[in-house]
Design a protein around this ligand. Structure first.
Ligand code: ADP
Ligand code: ZN
Length: 599
């Protein structure tokens, strides 16, 4: 049996295991069952790939999506691992051949969908193979409560009875404790060990800012200033917004593509292909896009509309920076977003209890948006982790000033009350700042006691105050979607002066996109940017030639290492992280030639 560290170094080209990987791998090689919870990008795949290579026999990997399988299989093949995927895209003859290779012990790993795995015919095939392990990827699919429930996953429990000697390792990035219990129960994993890694994604920088009158210009300056030529995802709430934003970005010279469930299937597949196979495509998408996207070099995830909950936000932003290099989670939001989401919840046909839960989840997200604390701390606490202020989010980098907002809040709340709880922030701010307008006079609002009592703040500042009052649950946005604001029970204490309120001073700071571009690599010597680009071009040329995504050849992190250390021969190249034996043989020469050309 090969030694895991040996496999890690020669096959994958990495120096050491990360976090709990070594422990998990030892446990599975020893024949134990395991449930592994790790954030996206944490390195789950190695936890079953290394044991599958160390233990004699075939590793069977259950995966819910064909796209995901093919990605993994082509990456493994580039590493010189004998891997195959069995799915409906193969011809009968190809399937028979793979099954023969499985029996003959000619392949190390096979990826298969749960539907196929659990057919009698396939299980009988497996009984004739020597098996190293079963890996159950995206294990949260067994959970009925989760959003990705796959009924076929439930049958996977019988693997345990049918192959009691074969260790099983279930893996997921998204499992709160009820889901975790469900996975253990449904997969009969109670006898195994649980490995729970922290949920932190330290390389992602979280930023949230207020929408200005032109959110798309905010986005454009963020892209131009900080991510020229980078791949990223822009999330929008509706299909029409996706199309509109993608078209507009194209007009501005950005290589943007739309993706949503309403697009023709072939167009969708083509756009996804381009996103995966080319460097620097920006995908503008609804939440229909993302599940099963394992592209490691997504440099930013931008939200131009609010997601529905912190869970959704964390999952979506988690698609950035899987390769561990710096990445941005960037969001702008405004009160209109809140109104729209509230209305969507109300219009949905979920039972009342569920709707209440969804409103509460949105509240938690608003609390996150308006926090004066470290954003990462707020996120991690939400998932039950604790952490220190991170130094890599907007509130850590530019601490937010806060002020005693009790009087301002009282003025705003009274104004809502005196105008009959029928108006949106725009009109309320006009009343507070004493605007001289036809509408105000018509409504007689210039006669109100709250008219003109808020001149100490500019309109923009009032906007921020109203947003914070909504986030704090003192005001609610009406659910008919007109954006009018009403009082809540909770605002009484503030109105009566029984409770002080601290508010963030927003205006003049938080200009999302005002930061200078970040270096790609923050540690060590700066890489030679021109060489890095030349290496990328070489990678793209090879990828095109053999028809795989560029990151399957080498990750950006490895190219950056090359650009920094400038290895002159294969021996030096072999020392870099991400350069295993197979890749050295296949591509070593081509990349060294580029480096030599620069020296
Ligand atoms: P997950 O499935 O948990 O989202 P992956 O298994 O795709 O994460 O791994 C994320 C990235 O980290 C991959 O690019 C992988 O090659 C890299 N990686 C994983 N383990 C290590 C390690 N021990 N050393 C260096 N890179 C690693
Ligand atoms: Zn922070």
């Amino acid at each position: 049996m090969s030694h895991p560290l040996e496999v890690l170094r020669t096959v994958f080209g990495y120096d050491r295991f990360r976090g709990a990987q070594a422990e998990i791998i030892d446990h599975v090689i020893g024949g134990g069952d395991a449930l592994v919870l790790m954030p996206t990008g944490g390195g789950k795949s190695l936890c079953y790939q290394v044991p599958a290579l160390c233990r004699p026999g075939l590793g069977v990997v259950v995966s819910p999506l064909i796209a995901l399988m093919q990605d993994q299989v082509s990456a493994l093949r580039q590493l010189g691992v004998k891997a195959a995927a069995l799915n409906s895209s193969l011809s009968y003859g190809q399937q028979v051949e793979i099954e023969r290779q499985m029996r003959a012990g000619e392949i190390d790993m096979v990826y298969v969908a749960p539907e196929r795995l659990m057919t009698d015919a396939f299980l009988i095939q497996l009984e004739r193979c020597r098996l190293a392990l079963f890996a159950i990827d995206e294990a949260h699919c067994v959970s009925q409560w989760g959003h990705d429930f796959r009924p076929e996953y439930l049958q996977l429990a019988t693997l345990h009875t049918r192959f009691p000697e074969v260790p099983r390792i279930a893996l997921t990035a998204t499992a709160d404790s009820p889901t975790r219990r469900e996975i253990v129960e449904k997969l009969s994993l109670a006898g195994g060990r649980q490995f729970v890694a922290g949920f932190d994604r330290p390389n992602i920088r979280y930023r949230v800012a207020a929408k200005t009158s032109s959110a798309r210009n905010q986005l454009l300056s963020f892209l131009k200033r900080e991510h020229p030529g980078d791949a990223g995802i822009v999330y929008r709430l509706s299909r029409s917004k996706v199309e509109e934003t993608a078209a507009w970005l194209c007009d501005q010279g950005i290589d943007a593509l739309p993706y949503h469930a309403g697009l023709d299937k072939t167009v969708r597949a083509e756009n996804q292909e381009r996103f995966l196979n080319e460097d620097g495509v920006v995908m503008v998408a609804t939440i229909a896009f993302g599940m099963g996207i394992d592209k490691p070099d997504v440099r930013f995830v931008a939200h131009l509309d609010l997601p529905k909950s912190i869970e959704a936000y964390y999952q979506e932003t988690g698609r950035a920076g899987r390769d561990g290099l710096p990445a941005d989670a960037w969001m702008v939001y405004g009160m209109q977003d809140v109104a729209r989401l509230r209305q969507m919840v109300e219009d949905g046909d979920a039972p009342e209890v569920k709707k209440r839960l969804e409103h509460r989840k949105l509240d938690a997200l608003l609390g996150y948006c308006e926090t004066t604390r470290c954003r990462r701390q707020v996120l991690l606490e939400y998932f039950g982790d604790v952490g220190q202020p991170c130094g890599n989010c907007d509130t850590c980098l530019e601490p937010v000033e806060s002020f005693d907002g009790t009087v301002a809040a009282q003025k705003a709340l009274s104004c809502v009350y005196r105008t009959g709880q029928r108006f949106g922030a725009g009109h309320l701010i006009d009343v507070l700042t004493g605007a001289d307008s036809e509408r105000i006079r018509q409504l007689g609002h210039d006669k109100l006691s709250t008219f003109g009592i808020g001149r100490e703040f500019a309109k923009e500042e009032w906007r921020s105050i109203f947003r914070q009052l909504v986030a704090a649950g003192l005001l609610r946005v009406d659910i008919e979607g007109h954006g009018s604001l009403g009082l809540t029970e909770a605002c009484r204490a503030v109105l009566r002066g029984e409770k002080d309120l601290s508010l963030r001073r927003d205006v003049g700071r938080r200009k999302a996109g005002s930061r200078s571009p970040r270096q790609r690599d923050t540690i060590g010597e700066p890489a030679d940017e021109a060489l890095f680009q030349a290496l990328r071009a070489q990678r793209l040329a090879i990828a095109r030639e053999i028809g795989v995504p560029p990151y399957v050849i080498f990750h950006d992190a490895t190219l950056l290492e090359m650009a920094r250390r400038k290895p002159q021969d294969e021996a030096q190249l072999a020392l870099l992280s991400g350069v295993g034996k197979a890749k050295l043989e296949r591509y070593g020469e081509a990349f060294i030639a580029v480096i030599r050309g620069f020296c």
